[in-house]
Structure formats: structure tokens, C-alpha cells
Design a binder for this molecule. Structure first.
Ligand SMILES: CC(C)(COP(=O)(O)OP(=O)(O)OC[C@H]1O[C@@H](n2cnc3c(N)ncnc32)[C@H](O)[C@@H]1OP(=O)(O)O)[C@@H](O)C(=O)NCCC(=O)NCCS
Length: 331
């Protein structure tokens, strides 16, 4: 049976850095509050460069192709995950395709919030397994800082998010490495706890002056409710993947979770009774980059040699929807 593997992976974050102290200049917050509650010290931002996720994704993708000596002409499909699309319609995948100068291959957009990369990688895995595709680019890219509410009313969410992109080249495995399993879940019951509701086609004017006044076009979140579900679902879906593969925590070299909040990661570690070196965190540098975060974390774990060839690792995410999932893979 065909398996898929990540042949190469890269990331890109814009140069501009917003520190916690910078945020304290524009809203009633402090470095101490943000660091203690979230572990975040800074995040990257496109600033006023007018760049969207397709732009950041293209930079990350070029690096991934260079790394693996792959010609863009060999790419036969693109899966683009973002929750902050460049356009309302079409999805960012089409813009990405144009920026990359790819030919008329198919592109698919994924709108699964923080679980976007795990969902996108799962779809790529299934496409590769079908035998019809050989080189799929999976992009997770996000431009959050242009739509956050950098005012006192938005401080509960604005301090959490940052911009960035990751790109993975997914191909048929040539040995026993690759994706072993993936488990995806969703619970739309909690859709109102985290999201951006406007612009919405449900309403005649899509977005009104009143929406803007009420700040309805910014992301909103019930932080405590998200926290509660995240610390339950992360360990649950990690264990689901391990059980499916007949593996124990000791068999796993590293768990790479979506970077939502250091306190969430620590609570997950505690629930699993995992040692410090078994769970990866880089949230202090980037904040929550939503669909990009798992890929960026995997890139840095590889750079730091926390993942070596032959290691079994778990990628895991939870976010808006609520939607969550895990992938167990042999590197
Ligand atoms: C967002 C989060 C850090 C807030 O922490 P919390 O301990 O739940 O804090 P609360 O929302 O209860 O707010 C506590 C106080 O801090 C204040 N506060 C909120 N944001 C603040 C900020 N940036 N700076 C300073 N004070 C802030 C609140 O207004 C509140 O003040 P009050 O007690 O006077 O009403 C936390 O709920 C969380 O991490 N949730 C998960 C979020 C997440 O990871 N989402 C990503 C999607 S996967």
C-alpha cells in the first residue's frame, strides 16, 4: 500500500516583530500578563506591506522546493490552509498558484482554523495514497495581525496571534517512513466560542458600519471555554493515534502541538505524564500562527535535531469549530 511522507518542509515569517511591550503601548496590557498567561514574548507581522497568506506561503514554498531540488513543474496539486484568506472568493490557493507560476494543476482550500495544517496534510496523504498524485504542496499560512482588534476591547485575543507560513512537499514514501495514521474531529456545537463572523453572506449587506463599530469583523474568542476543551481534546486525540498504531508514549520521539498557548501545552504534557523533552514549544517567538504553527514548529524541531530520521512523532492541533486532529508519522 502507498504511504506518503514529507519530503521537505520550510517556513517563513515576516521580518517585523511586535513585542509584548509594543502591544502595551497601544492597549492596556503588559509583558508580564501576556508571558505568564500564554508564554508569548513576541510575534511577527506583515505590518503595512500589503502581504496576504498567499505571499507568505509562496516564500515558504520556494524554500521547500529548493531544499528538495524539486522543480515547480513537478508539483501536481496544492492544498492551502488558512483562516485569514487574501480574498473572500476565490480561496488563497488560486492566488498562491499564480504567485508561484504553477501551471493549471488543481488547488484546494482548507478553512479549518488552527487545525488547518493537520487537515491539509491528511487530505494530501489520501491523494498520494490514491496513486494519482506524486508531489503535493501543503501550505499553512496566516496573516492575523491586520485583522486583530488592537484596542482594549480586543486585548484578550489580539495578544495571542501572529503571522507566518509553512510549506510541506508531500510525496509517495520510498521506504517505511511516512504518515502512519491521522484522526480528525469536529464539534460545530462550539462554533460561536472562537471565530470571525463578518463579513457574512447571511446578512444583506455582508458587513455594515454597525458591524465595524461593534468590532464584529475581528476574531472573537471565549478564552476560558477554548482552554477547557483544548486541554481535553489534545491528549485525547494524541492517545487515539497512539492506540490505533499500537504505540506507547515511550515510542514517540516528540509531540509537536499547535502552538496555542504555553499553558495549554503544559497542561497537555501533565495529562499525558510526558517528560519536558517530549513536547515541543516555540510559541514565545511567534505567538499563535494558526494554520502555520504546526509546520513552523516541525521545521524548528528538525533544525534543533529534536527529530531525526526513523523517529516516530505526533503532530496535533485544536482550534476554531471546534476542530481537532492528530497525525502519527515516522520521519
Ligand atoms: C486568553 C487567555 C490567555 C486569557 O486568560 P484567562 O486567565 O482566561 O483570563 P480572563 O479572560 O479570565 O481574563 C482575566 C482578566 O485579564 C484581563 N485581560 C484580558 N486580556 C488581557 C490582556 N491582554 N492584558 C491584560 N489583561 C487582560 C481580563 O479583562 C480580565 O480582567 P477582569 O478580571 O478585570 O475582568 C486564556 O483564556 C487562554 O489561553 N485561552 C485559550 C486561548 C487559545 O489558545 N486560543 C487559540 C485557539 S486554539
Amino acid at each position: 500500500m502507498i504511504k506518503s511522507y514529507i519530503k521537505s518542509i520550510s517556513f517563513h515569517v515576516p521580518e517585523k516583530v511586535i513585542t509584548n511591550d509594543d502591544l502595551a503601548q497601544v492597549m492596556d496590557t503588559s509583558d508580564e500578563w501576556i508571558k505568564t498567561r500564554t508564554g508569548i514574548e513576541q510575534r511577527h507581522s506583515v505590518g503595512d506591506q500589503c502581504l496576504g497568506p498567499a505571499d507568505l506561503g509562496a516564500i515558504a514554498a520556494k524554500k521547500a522546493l529548493d531544499k528538495s531540488n524539486t522543480n515547480k513543474e513537478d508539483i501536481d496539486f496544492v492544498i492551502f490552509a488558512t483562516s485569514t484568506p487574501d480574498y473572500y472568493v476565490p480561496g488563497s490557493g488560486a492566488l498562491f498558484q499564480e504567485k508561484m507560476g504553477l501551471n493549471t494543476i488543481g488547488v484546494l482550500d482548507i478553512r479549518q482554523g488552527c487545525s488547518g495544517f493537520v487537515y491539509a496534510l491528511t487530505v494530501a496523504d489520501q491523494f498520494i495514497k490514491s496513486g494519482d498524485y506524486k508531489n503535493i504542496l501543503v501550505i499553512g499560512a496566516e496573516v492575523q495581525t491586520t485583522q486583530l482588534d488592537f484596542d482594549n476591547e480586543g486585548r484578550g485575543t489580539a495578544v495571542l496571534f501572529g503571522d507566518g507560513a509553512t510549506a510541506a512537499l508531500v510525496c509517495p514514501s520510498v521506504d517505511d517512513s511516512g504518515i502512519l495514521s491521522s484522526h480528525l474531529h469536529s464539534q460545530g456545537k462550539f462554533v460561536s466560542e472562537l471565530g470571525t463572523e463578518y463579513p457574512s453572506s447571511k446578512y444583506k449587506d455582508i458587513i455594515t458600519v454597525d458591524n465595524v463599530k461593534n468590532r464584529d469583523h475581528h476574531i472573537h474568542m471565549n478564552g476560558r471555554e477554548v482552554f477547557k476543551h483544548a486541554v481535553r481534546r489534545f491528549p485525547e486525540v494524541i492517545l487515539e493515534g497512539l492506540t490505533y498504531n499500537n504505540l506507547k508514549l515511550e515510542d514517540i520521539a516528540l509531540i509537536i502541538p499547535h502552538q496555542a498557548n504555553l499553558r495549554i501545552t503544559q497542561a497537555v504534557q501533565k495529562k499525558l505524564d510526558a517528560p519536558d523533552n517530549k513536547i515541543f514549544s516555540n510559541i514565545h517567538k511567534y505567538g499563535n500562527t494558526t494554520a502555520a504553527s504546526v509546520g513552523i514548529a516541525l521545521c524548528e524541531a528538525l533544525e534543533q535535531k529534536r527529530v531525526e530520521r526513523g523517529d516516530t512523532i505526533v503532530l496535533v492541533a485544536f482550534g476554531a469549530g471546534f476542530q481537532w486532529g492528530s497525525i502519527v508519522l515516522k520521519w
